[in-house]
Design a protein around this ligand. Structure first.
Ligand SMILES: Cc1cc2nc3c(=O)[nH]c(=O)nc-3n(C[C@H](O)[C@H](O)[C@H](O)COP(=O)(O)OP(=O)(O)OC[C@H]3O[C@@H](n4cnc5c(N)ncnc54)[C@H](O)[C@@H]3O)c2cc1C
Ligand code: FES
Ligand code: FES
Length: 489
């Protein structure tokens, strides 16, 4: 058993054997290390002012990702390299090309958001040599600026991409071999336990150790990406004990693609899942680009989106429509169930004490099937769904519906199938008349609430209209399909 969290902060080795289990990285940086370049704007993962890079070894390679330091817990950082904005400029004060591009393109006014933007641009610069406009905008989705406007910042991203060959003093390029060696030294299969002030922080060394830990502490809070749990601490001031971190467990981060389907480990982040889903189920990948900002997608996991039981999580409707199953694990073994059965009622999931989500299996949609998922929000980027609907359809050669699954979030206390709608479509020709008749069945399936995101009437009408949209997309002319594709882009 180890008794400290060890990581590298810029160039410095850090070892913490006394640590509040839910101390945020941002508080640690600003209050304990006086690294005040990273700002606190919202403390809930929305504004990006706190953006830093976290590097870790993935399949032998050192990979850096942007994260929101305000909701990332220090306890989740073992064997990582934390890079803050202070690390970018050269010792003689020469700005990093990313910073210089922000100056040259007038990308900053009051400057409060600027360190966060710089770090997001830096994260992009490290991972993409020639990003296009869409990629730049995706990388900046999680950064808000209230005074400069985004155009100069996008121009800075375009400029710095062109400057790449002359960027000779990038610190992370220079340090790479050294950092890899140091991170390897810090990587451990031992479980880390830190106790203090009556609270415990546990970092299990393996999935087996996680199972043992959860049997011993069935009420422990599991933390994967912390994009939900972080807000329980920063916004709801909840005191959690014990806290069990799982984001480092390689066994939970496997993605296995077979002819039958895709298995996603519970710890796979949205960003990691993106490329596989883009190839296998493109509509699902497009949905992912609408979840949070890049920092949230780098941290947040699909497993967390399931386990939190939220009725407005975006991945459950898509996964239910695709007939996904979820596998839970404990010291007693594993059990697998259709994902829809996992959600029993509002705030209630079929998860026994000691169990955790191990993985999801998504059957491969048949080549001739149609799958679509629609997220309805007040603004396009970084917004939570008012409702999110997914449709999966197969028809035979005569156009008769042979398989249909419809599932929605935001329409009930859980993500839920529209079984009456499905019944109204199944076995019938997939025609305008069938769809018109099926629209009314939504009234049998859902009695949505009115809240600040949408009224009940809006939700019900929109769900019906999404079915019509799905029909038009499936049966429409190429021009109509093109119009929908353009709206989505
Ligand atoms: C700015 C912002 C924007 C967001 N936008 C969206 C959005 O557009 N759409 C959306 O759906 N969500 C959104 N979210 C919510 C959040 O990102 C997702 O729900 C995410 O998938 C949670 O995953 P996580 O790994 O961060 O979970 P965590 O916060 O680590 O955990 C969430 C819950 O799941 C439990 N848990 C996690 N992993 C496991 C496991 N393997 N087994 C058992 N229990 C587990 C935790 O104990 C906790 O109860 C947003 C959050 C933020 C901060
Ligand atoms: S302070 Fe706003 S995202 Fe962290
Ligand atoms: S420069 Fe002022 S908030 Fe962006």
């Amino acid at each position: 058993m180890a008794d400290s969290i060890r990581f590298i902060l810029n160039g410095e080795d850090i070892a913490l054997s006394s640590l509040d289990p839910t101390e945020t990285l941002l508080d640690f940086l600003r209050l304990k290390r006086r690294l005040t370049g990273s700002k606190e704007g919202c403390a809930e993962g929305d504004c990006g002012a706190c953006t830093v890079l976290v590097g870790r070894i993935v399949s032998g390679r050192l990979a850096y990702e942007t994260v929101n330091a305000c909701i990332r817990f220090v306890g989740s950082l073992n064997a990582t390299h934390v890079v803050t904005v202070e690390h970018l400029a050269a010792k003689d004060g020469t700005l990093h090309p990313v910073q210089q591009a922000m100056v040259d393109c007038h990308g900053s006014q009051c400057g409060f958001c600027t360190p966060g933007f710089v770090m997001s641009l830096y994260g992009l610069w490290l991972t993409s040599e020639t990003p296009g406009r869409a990629e730049i905008e995706r990388a900046l989705q999680g950064n808000l600026c209230r005074c400069t406007g985004y155009e100069p910042i996008v121009k800075a991203a375009e400029l710095v991409a062109r400057m790449r060959p002359s960027a000779l003093f990038d610190p992370l390029e220079r340090e790479r071999a050294n950092i890899i060696a140091r991170l390897k030294d810090l990587t451990t299969r031992e479980t880390i336990l830190i106790e203090g002030d009556g609270r415990r922080l546990i970092v299990p060394g393996s999935v087996e150790a996680l199972a043992t830990t959860m049997t011993a502490h069935p009420k422990a809070t599991i933390v994967a990406g912390a994009t939900d749990v972080g807000l329980w601490v920063t916004k709801q001031m909840r005191v959690l004990d014990p806290v069990v971190f799982i984001n480092h467990l390689d066994e939970l981060q496997d993605i296995v693609v077979t002819p039958e389907g895709i298995t996603l480990g519970a710890g796979v982040s949205y960003s990691t899942a993106f490329e596989t889903l883009r190839q296998e189920i493109p509509a699902f990948a497009r949905l992912i680009t609408r979840i949070g900002g890049q920092q949230v997608r780098n941290m947040g996991t699909i497993g967390g989106n399931i386990a939190n039981g939220s009725p407005i999580g975006d991945s459950p409707p898509a996964l239910i429509a695709l007939s996904a199953t979820v596998t839970l694990r404990s010291t007693s073994g594993t059990r697998t169930m259709p994902l829809e059965d996992f959600f029993i009622d509002y705030g209630k999931q079929d998860r026994q004490p000691g169990e955790f989500v191990e993985c999801l299996f998504v059957p491969r949609p048949k080549a001739q099937s149609h799958f679509a998922v629609y997220k309805i929000t007040k603004r396009r980027d970084e917004d939570i769904s008012a409702l999110c609907g997914a449709f999966h359809l197969e028809t035979d050669e005569a156009g008769t519906v042979t398989h249909i699954r419809v599932a929605f979030g935001g329409m009930a206390g859980t993500p839920k199938r529209a079984r009456s709608v499905e019944a109204a479509l199944y076995g019938r020709p997939f025609t305008q008349a069938t769809v018109e008749a099926a629209r009314d069945a939504f009234d049998l399936d859902y009695k949505p609430l009115t809240d600040w995101r949408a009224t009940a009437e809006y939700r019900q009408l929109t769900a019906k209209n999404l079915l019509t949209r799905f029909f038009l997309e499936v049966s429409g002319t190429p021009q109509e399909l093109q119009r929908f594709a353009t709206e989505e882009a």
